[in-house]
Write a protein that binds this ligand. Structure first.
Ligand code: ATP
Ligand code: MG
Length: 487
């Protein structure tokens, strides 16, 4: 911990850039900029800075990985940093060098050598730790849910009929037999161990405890609400009733044009159901967890099983589970396979109640294998006139206005094609109109003296706020719905 701190302070200090060396975008430019061009007087400091920035980046990643307890990753990054710095220190200075340049070069070399020492220290420390075995960071789970996860683990162990290779380090090898059954190839050993840090993070950052949306806040969408009620809310409350033929489907896809309440619906499920709600966003899988995403997915499902009934909500699921392509990188391919394996695991066990809900506005781009598993696919369309009316009425409730029912009907008619979020924007724009008329008075006027909203405000706003969805996009979604949708 102390070492991490000292590294962090170096990193912070170093982020104050030396203005005299043109910084531009880091590293690769300066590294590649070498391109066989002899190192000249002006370039040496620039070049060292390139190495320096690259190394810094790697060290930062290493430090973060270490903080997360991902020691293998930390090792990898520190080694990269070391390689870069070795290269830097073996770059000779040109024979002629101006004195100001000399000073810069000296300072970079000094910093680099200082870092080299620190990185080797870390490498040594980590090497010792990971060399001895997996005992330190890969115990069975220690977290609020530790007891139950471990019991799930032992359940698996007991039922396991597969002979699977037992990784060194023993205890943490609760291999899910379902993985082995569903997986086309043996699951990598290292991915099979619960990682305290991952579990802890799932419990703190991914489990959504404070969803603010209530069921009734979501206007319309009765079909979607009914499906969610039957699949998630009731089964979580009455598990005894929903067994056998009534066993709910485990995968659900909410799809439809942007801004019509998909995310909102899922949040409402979280607040209304008694299930543990895991809110997994694409960004949390792809950025924060670089290189660890598939391990996270695996741990996520284990935690979900241990805390069931659970809902795993993946917003913008298309961005992680899109059709496989040639250009796809290895990491995202592995992430997808892991997801499918885990998902099959929970669906094949009749005792588990873990439901996966995906949301997307690009269902066409979803991988077929993923789509097949999200058996229930619910279209969340643009609001029809009834829903628009409901939305206007609720939004106008908290705002003084002089609109008659006839006015509202007119607005409803004129906003065909607007999405829920477009309507929200429209109302916000209209509400600003009386304020804009105030001019300088705005600073003195009493709040209750601002004139109420009227029809004209909405009409004017409609010129500014246009429907955000093009007709062709909308038609594409409708077509997809008639081909693949459940309703
Ligand atoms: P995206 O596909 O872009 O993620 P989304 O379908 O998830 O969109 P939400 O984030 O749920 O859309 O909705 C955006 C906003 O639009 C909400 O915060 C809310 O203000 C409004 N809204 C949309 N649909 C409804 C609805 N049915 N009832 C109430 N408000 C709605
Ligand atoms: Mg959304």
């Amino acid at each position: 911990r102390g070492i991490i701190d000292s590294f962090s302070s170096i990193l912070n200090e170093e982020s104050k850039h030396d203005p005299s060396v043109s910084s531009s975008s880091t590293s690769s430019g300066s590294m590649n900029g070498i391109d066989g061009v002899p190192v000249t007087n002006e370039r040496i400091a620039y070049k060292l800075k390139g190495y320096f920035d690259l190394a810094k980046e790697e060290i930062a990643k290493g430090v973060r990985a270490e903080e997360w307890g991902l020691h293998d990753d930390a090792l990898l990054h520190y080694r990269n940093a070391q390689r870069i710095m070795n290269e830097a220190s073996s770059t000779p200075s040109p024979s002629y060098i101006s004195s100001s340049e000399k000073e810069k070069v000296r300072s970079y070399r000094e910093k680099i050598s200082n870092w080299q020492n620190q990185v080797s220290e870390r490498l040594q420390a980590l090497g010792k730790r990971t060399g001895v075995g997996v005992s330190e960071n890969k115990r069975t789970v220690a977290s609020p849910s530790s007891a139950s996860v471990s019991s799930t683990a032992s359940r698996y162990r007991k039922t396991s009929s597969q002979k699977t290779p037992v990784p060194r380090g023993g205890i943490a090898t609760a291999k899910n037999p379902k993985d082995a059954a569903a997986s086309p190839k043996p699951v990598k050993e290292s991915g099979n161990v619960y990682d305290d840090k991952l579990v802890e993070m799932i419990n703190t950052t991914i489990v959504d405890r404070s969803p603010s949306v209530k069921w009734d806040d979501v206007a319309g969408l009765d079909g979607a609400k009914q499906a969610l009620l039957e699949m998630v809310i009731l089964p979580a409350k009455r598990r005894d009733l929903f067994t056998g033929l009534r066993r709910p489907a485990r995968g659900l896809l909410l799809f439809g044009p942007p801004g019509n309440g998909k995310t909102m619906l899922a949040k409402a499920v979280a607040s209304e159901s008694q299930a543990t709600f895991f809110n997994v966003s694409a960004s949390s899988l792809t950025s924060k967890w670089v290189g660890e995403a598939e391990k996270l997915v695996k741990t996520l499902f284990q935690v979900a099983i241990s805390r069931q009934p659970s809902v795993i909500f993946m917003d913008e699921i298309d961005s992680i589970m899109s059709t496989r392509s040639i250009s796809e990188n290895e990491a995202s391919r592995r992430l997808k396979s892991e997801f499918l394996i885990q998902f099959d695991g929970v669906t094949s066990n009749p005792d588990d109640l873990v439901i996966v809900i995906g949301a997307t506005n690009k269902p066409q781009e979803l991988d077929d294998a993923v789509l097949r598993r999200l058996v229930k696919r619910i279209y969340v369309p643009l609001p029809d006139s009834n829903v628009r009316k409901l939305l206007f009425k609720t939004k106008l409730k908290c705002q003084p206005h002089s609109l008659s029912d006839g006015d509202i009907d007119k607005i409803v008619k004129e906003t065909e094609g607007y999405s829920g979020s477009d309507l929200q924007a429209l109302c916000e724009e209209a509400a600003m109109m009386p304020i804009r008329e105030l001019g300088a008075d705005i600073l003195t006027i009493q709040a209750n003296k601002v004139r109420p909203l009227r029809y004209d405000d909405f009409r004017k706003s409609m010129a500014v706020i246009r429907p955000s969805l093009s007709k062709s996009k909308w038609e594409e979604l409708e077509r997809w719905n008639s081909e693949f949708g459940s309703n």
